[in-house]
Unconditional design. Structure first.
Length: 439
């Protein structure tokens, strides 16, 4: 019995030792002694995966292709201004931009992989806007033309009529679309410039486009560029007809400012005429008169009504009778009337530069008369101070100047005669002369 127990006891220590050793081995295996080595391995694996995820999608190439090129189109002005000549015209065009489409494609070094490492081709679409390279405009009306930069045209025409402004624009796309300069085409806008064109009926003075006219003078008028229905009005004088494109102004018989207005469908324009009256008389000697050894002297004179800047073809003139103031040898004529029955006379339609409107064949007779006194002759003079009047149509006569008719005998037998710038001198002993039709 004792021997058996001892055998069992001898085995148990060995078994215990084995159990203890196995326990230690497993403890070491699962203890912190072996843990660090396994963590480092796991960290390396993660880093390798991250690196692989990044490097597997490296860009191989990027390309761009034009799907639709951008474009710019012009829009015509919406206004059609009507202005009077001398006023500014302004029109503006606009533009519309159509954006293009550009396809950007990106490929990768490992495109087509599957799973977590897949890097498929990718793309995006851009919408580029064209760039304006230049824009400009041209305008014309009648003989007038002009041009400028930009899409707003502002200018002051010097001619009338229906005009137009044309706008142009060039643009350019960026690559990969067509980078050549493109034209947006052109658009036009219209405008009207209204003017009252005027031309004096009389051909003298030669400046028939003048706006200073004589009383009673006529001017032909044209409504240039006026749209729609046209009518006329004036502040002085008369117009005939009062509607239509053309009319004639007849100036009033007195000094005035005649403002002529043309009225059209959408507005009106006006121009002014300065109407002036006769202001003086110029005469030119045209035939002499004297009897040898007698104290008489005279001449015929051509008559011109000043100024010479207008035409007084519608004017009639008259000399108002006046009595002589005499001295010396001419004393017998003292108080003698210049013309007891003066007659009026019309002026012609001819204006002579530097003189005025001619009285045509009508001449003035400047003469001292012969008092019948025996020699020797006492120096003296005969003087008339003569008012001149004018009339247009049935208007009242109006004095516009006073002329001095002067004939005299001076010392040494010198005779002088003068009136309105015309004159002649001779001696009592000078030879006899006469002019045709002398009284």
């Amino acid at each position: 019995m004792s021997k058996k127990v001892l055998k069992i006891a001898g085995r148990r220590p060995m078994l215990l030792a084995l159990i203890i050793m196995a326990t230690l081995a497993f403890g070491i295996l699962f203890s912190g002694w072996l843990t660090p080595a396994r963590v480092k391995a796991q960290e390396g694996a993660v880093q390798q995966a991250v690196q692989q995820e990044t490097t597997n999608c490296e860009v191989a190439s990027t390309s761009s292709s034009c799907v639709t090129a951008g474009s710019i189109s012009l829009v015509a002005p919406t206004n059609s201004p009507v202005v009077c000549l001398g006023s500014s015209v302004s029109l503006s065009a606009s533009y519309l931009v159509t954006t293009g489409q550009v396809l950007v494609t990106t490929t990768y070094t490992n495109a087509g992989n599957s799973g977590a490492d897949a890097c498929p081709d990718t793309y995006s679409t851009n919408y580029p806007t064209p760039t304006i390279v230049s824009n400009w405009w041209t305008a014309s009306v009648g003989s007038y033309s002009t041009n400028g930069q930009g899409l707003t045209a502002s200018f002051t025409p010097t001619d009338c009529g229906s005009g137009s402004v044309t706008f142009y624009l060039n643009y350019q796309n960026s690559a990969p679309c067509d980078t050549n300069v493109q034209s947006a085409g052109s658009v036009s806008g219209s405008f009207n410039v209204v003017d009252i064109q005027h031309q004096c009926v009389a051909t003298t003075p030669t400046n028939q486009s003048r706006t200073t006219i004589g009383v009673g003078e006529q001017v032909n008028l044209t409504a240039c560029g006026a749209p729609g229905t046209i009518t006329w009005s004036t502040s002085a004088g008369s117009l005939s007809p009062t509607n239509g494109t053309y009319t004639t102004l007849t100036a009033p018989g007195n000094a005035a400012t005649a403002t002529v207005t043309v009225n059209y469908t959408s507005g009106s324009c006006a121009t002014g005429f300065s109407v002036i009256e006769p202001s003086g008389v110029n005469m030119v000697t045209n035939g002499l008169r004297h009897v040898i050894n007698r104290p008489d002297i005279g001449f015929h004179a051509l008559i011109y009504v000043a100024p010479d800047s207008v035409n007084f073809g519608a004017v009639s003139c008259i000399e108002v009778t006046n009595n002589a103031v005499c001295s010396g040898v001419y004393t017998p004529f003292n108080g003698y009337p210049h013309d007891a029955h003066p007659a009026s006379f019309p002026l012609s339609s001819t204006v002579v530069s530097g003189l005025g409107t001619s009285a045509g064949a009508v001449e003035d007779n400047i003469y001292s008369g012969d008092p019948g006194t025996a020699s020797p002759f006492a120096p003296g003079s005969i003087v008339y101070t003569i008012p001149w009047q004018f009339q247009v149509g049935t208007n009242a006569w109006k004095t516009f100047t006073t002329l001095t008719h002067n004939c005299s005998l001076g010392s040494g037998g010198v005779l002088n005669a003068s009136k309105a710038g015309a004159s002649w001198s001779c001696n009592v002993t000078s030879a006899t002369v006469s002019y045709p039709g002398q009284p």
